[in-house]
Ligand binder design. Structure first.
Ligand SMILES: [Cu+2]
Length: 340
């Protein structure tokens, strides 16, 4: 819109590289301009009335006015309307931001003190590196332009075996995308966006997380769909073949006894089948209900007694808390997602 300064003109904003970013900037422009207009109107009328009603002679007397319903209504109602516009507009953008587009490219984001790790479904793990001069090369996620991407994020310990270490809060922030989401140990949080510009953009941690916080940077590289496909294929042809996340999960399914109680073909064993489990509606023994999303599955794996599926017995499934690493759990969930 002509009355909104462009991203370049608002030199304090990085270029907008998603549709959401443009919507955020438009709302920001509206807030800026409506505040400016209100400021000028308010201060202008203040100056005008100060001058108009100033005491001009010694015998001047101010009229005794207690209130004016019409004025009071107006100065409450007009700001109310402006606030409601901002609220509705902001809520709309917020909901658009939270909506997970169908068929989004899912990437697992792991935050740990003090670095980023990106894990693709095919098992490719991208970490930071050090160049010949000893400088850090930030981990760089690659995604295709104009395709929705969904981050499934969690924070883990640097070394899962270290009993003293703790995972801490982080937050994933891509200024050019205008998206930001906290990352919490012990659960998954999500964020999705559709990049509209090719280029390389910074990812910052924006939750103060300790001494290495200021150096906790990553990058997201947005490339054409063709280049992205080449990148994925190039990955599969060269180097030692990584197991995909789902295949890793399948290994765990077989080697960690899940297979003894959970079928993949829909039949009922000691535990419920995994067929079609992901995303399905669950009914629990206490009558409550829920959806089998990433966080529910995580809780079920680590502490299955937290919610008992209706028709099954508590205390059957061993607690895997401390037995499986965060990465194992993510792999198992990817495997469950693949059992349709
Ligand atoms: Cu951090």
């Amino acid at each position: 819109m002509w009355w909104i300064p462009t991203a370049e003109a608002q030199s304090f904003m990085p270029p907008a590289a998603t549709q959401i970013a443009e919507n955020v900037d438009t709302l920001y422009g509206f807030l800026l301009i409506s505040s400016l207009v209100s400021f000028v109107l308010l201060m202008g009328s203040l100056a005008y009335f100060v001058n108009k009603y100033r005491r001009k002679t010694d015998s001047d007397k101010t009229a005794y006015i207690t209130h004016d319903y019409r004025l009071e209504f107006l100065w409450s109602f007009i700001p109310f309307v402006i606030f409601m516009i901002c609220f509705a507009w902001g809520a709309k953008i917020y909901l658009d931001m939270r909506a997970v587009p169908e068929a989004a490219l899912q990437i697992h984001v792991v935050a740990k003190k003090w670095d980023w790790e990106f894990i693709y479904k095919n098992g490719r793990k991208i970490t930071s590196d050090v160049d010949d001069e000893g400088n850090k090369v930030p981990a760089t996620m690659v995604i295709p332009v104009n395709k929705p991407a969904q981050m499934i994020m969690t924070s883990t310990k640097v070394n899962p075996a270290d009993k003293k270490d703790r995972a801490v809060l982080h937050s994933f922030f891509v200024p050019a995308f205008r998206v930001k989401q906290d990352i919490v140990p012990g659960r998954y949080t999500q964020l999705s966006f559709t990049p509209t510009k090719e280029g390389t953009f910074w990812i910052f941690c924006t939750e103060y997380c300790g001494t290495g916080h200021s150096n906790m940077m990553g990058r997201v590289k947005v490339v054409s769909e063709q280049a992205f496909n080449d990148w994925v294929i190039g990955d599969e042809s060269g180097g030692p073949k990584e197991l995909s996340l789902a295949d890793k999960g399948k290994e765990i399914y077989k080697t960690r006894a899940c297979i003894g109680c959970h079928s993949l073909n829909g039949s009922k064993m000691t535990g419920p089948t995994w067929k079609g489990l992901y995303g399905s509606d669950r009914v629990f023994a206490d009558g409550s209900t829920g959806k089998a999303d990433d966080n529910y599955l995580r809780e079920s794996v680590l502490n299955s007694n937290a919610k008992i599926v209706k028709g099954y017995q508590p205390n059957q499934m061993p607690a895997y808390q401390g037995q499986l690493t965060d990465e194992d759990v993510t792999a198992v969930i990817e495997f469950i997602k693949s059992v349709k």
